[in-house]
Design a binder for this molecule. Structure first.
Ligand SMILES: Nc1ncnc2c1ncn2[C@@H]1O[C@H](COP(=O)(O)OP(=O)(O)OP(=O)(O)O)[C@@H](O)[C@H]1O
Ligand SMILES: [Mg+2]
Length: 366
C-alpha cells in the first residue's frame, strides 16, 4: 500500500509553538503600532482557543497569562490615542482573554469527561457481552459434553469387559459422534448469531471513520504525551461496513498501541494510523507504534480470546477485532514494526470509487 498524502494530525508541538508565538508577535505589533482606541488585543482570544485544542490545562493558563501580559505591555508602549479609551480597551481585552480561557477550558474538560465515559461504556459493554456469551456457551454446551463423557466411559467399560462387547462399544462411539456434532452445531449457531449483529452497514469513507475515532482518544494521547498522527491515502474507494463495529476495531488497535508506547523503557512515543489501498483492491488500515514490540509474543495466539500479557488485560480486544473484521469479509494481522514497535493491520473489501453514502451514521460530536 502506498499512502500518498501525509497529514500531521496531533503532536507537532514545535510547529504549534512557533505558530502561536508568531501569531502573538503579529497581534502584539499591531496592538502597539495602532493607537489606543483600537482594541487589537481582543484577537489574543484566537490564540487561547487554538491552545485549548492542543495543549493541557496548565499550558493554556500560561498562554492566556502571556497574552494578558502582552496586552498590558502594549498599552504602556503605545504612544498615540486617548489614554482613557486605551484603559477601557485594555480592560475589555483582558476580560475577553480571561473569560475565553475559562469557558474554553470548562468545555474541554466536559468533552474529556464525555469521551472517558464513552470509552468506559465500550469496555463495560465488552465485559457484559463476554459474560453473557460465556454463560450461554457454557449452558448450551454442557449437555452434549456431559453426554460425551458418559458415553466415553461406557465405551471404555464395554471394551475392557471380558470378553469385550464391541457392538455396545460401537453404539457408545456413535452416540459420542452425534453429541459432538450437536456441540459443533451449537457453536455454529452462536457464530451466526454474532454475525447477524453486523447488519447495519453503510458505504463509508474509511479516512473519516479513522478521524472520528481519533477524537475519542485525543485526551488520552495528550495525557500520556504520545504523538498520534495519520497518513491517509486520498481517493480511496468506500467500504461497506457497520461504522460502530469498525470504529471499535480501530479503537482497540489504537488503545493497544497507546498501552505499548506507554510502558517503561520506551523512549519514542509515536503512533501512526495509515490508510491505503492493498492488493486486490482492499482498503487497508495500519496502526503502527514505536512501543515495546512483539518479541516473545506468539503471533499465532495473539488474536485468540483471553490471550493477554497485561496484568489487568482481558485479552479480548484483538479477538473481538478479528471476529468483526472477518464478519466484514476482511483480514487482520500483526507484524513487528520497523525499526521498532509493532504494526497491526486490517483490510476490508473495497467498493467502487465514489459509492454513494447511504448511511444513517452520524459523526460523533467533538
Ligand atoms: N501494539 C502492541 N504492541 C505489543 N503487543 C501488543 C500490541 N497489541 C497487542 N499486543 C499483545 O497482544 C495481547 C492481546 O491484546 P488484546 O487487545 O487482545 O488484549 P489486552 O490488550 O491484553 O486486553 P483487553 O482485551 O482488555 O484490551 C496483549 O496483551 C499484548 O501482549
Ligand atoms: Mg487490548
Amino acid at each position: 500500500m502506498s499512502p500518498r498524502l501525509r497529514l500531521p494530525r496531533l503532536g507537532g508541538s514545535t510547529l504549534l509553538t512557533v505558530s502561536l508565538v508568531l501569531l502573538a508577535a503579529v497581534i502584539f505589533l499591531a496592538d502597539t503600532v495602532t493607537n489606543l482606541e483600537i482594541a487589537v488585543a481582543v484577537f489574543y482570544v484566537a490564540i487561547v482557543l487554538l491552545s485549548v485544542r492542543y495543549l493541557d490545562r496548565s499550558r493554556v493558563v500560561m498562554v492566556a497569562s502571556g497574552c494578558m501580559a502582552l496586552t498590558v505591555l502594549s498599552f504602556f508602549l503605545t504612544r498615540t490615542g486617548s489614554e482613557s479609551a486605551g484603559v477601557v480597551n485594555c480592560a475589555i481585552s483582558l476580560a475577553a482573554i480571561g473569560v475565553t480561557a475559562y469557558l474554553a477550558l470548562r468545555t474541554a474538560a466536559a468533552e474529556a469527561t464525555a469521551r472517558e465515559a464513552q470509552m468506559q461504556l465500550a469496555h463495560i459493554t465488552r465485559v457484559t457481552v463476554l459474560g453473557e456469551l460465556t454463560a450461554s456457551i457454557a449452558h448450551e454446551l454442557n449437555q452434549p459434553l456431559a453426554a460425551i463423557v458418559i458415553n466415553g466411559n461406557a465405551a471404555l467399560r464395554w471394551l475392557g469387559a471380558q470378553p469385550a462387547n464391541l457392538e455396545e462399544a460401537g453404539r457408545a462411539a456413535e452416540r459420542i459422534v452425534r453429541d459432538a456434532d450437536r456441540a459443533s452445531a451449537l457453536i455454529a449457531r452462536l457464530r451466526a448469531l454474532t454475525k447477524r449483529t453486523s447488519a447495519k452497514s453503510a458505504w463509508l469513507d474509511i479516512n473519516q471513520l479513522v478521524e472520528d475515532t481519533l477524537t475519542l482518544v485525543q485526551s488520552e494521547t495528550g495525557r500520556k504525551n504520545v504523538s498520534l498522527r495519520t497518513e491517509l491515502a486520498v481517493d480511496l474507494p468506500r467500504v461497506e461496513v457497520d461504522p460502530v463495529q469498525i470504529q471499535q476495531v480501530i479503537l482497540n488497535l489504537i488503545v493497544n498501541a497507546l498501552e505499548a508506547v506507554g510502558g517503561p523503557g520506551v523512549l519514542a512515543r509515536d503512533v501512526v494510523v495509515v490508510t491505503g489501498l492493498g492488493k486486490s483492491s482492499e482498503v487497508v488500515v495500519n496502526v503502527r507504534d514505536s512501543g515495546r514490540g512483539l518479541s516473545g509474543v506468539p503471533l499465532d495466539q495473539i488474536f485468540d480470546a483471553f490471550y493477554t500479557t497485561k496484568p489487568d488485560g482481558l485479552g479480548m480486544g484483538l479477538a473481538i477485532s478479528r471476529s468483526i473484521v472477518e464478519s466484514h469479509g476482511g483480514r487482520i494481522w500483526a507484524e513487528p514494526g520497523m525499526p521498532s514497535g509493532a504494526t497491526f493491520s486490517f483490510s476490508l473489501p473495497a467498493g467502487k470509487k465514489g459509492n454513494v453514502m447511504v448511511s444513517s451514521y452520524r459523526k460523533p460530536k467533538r
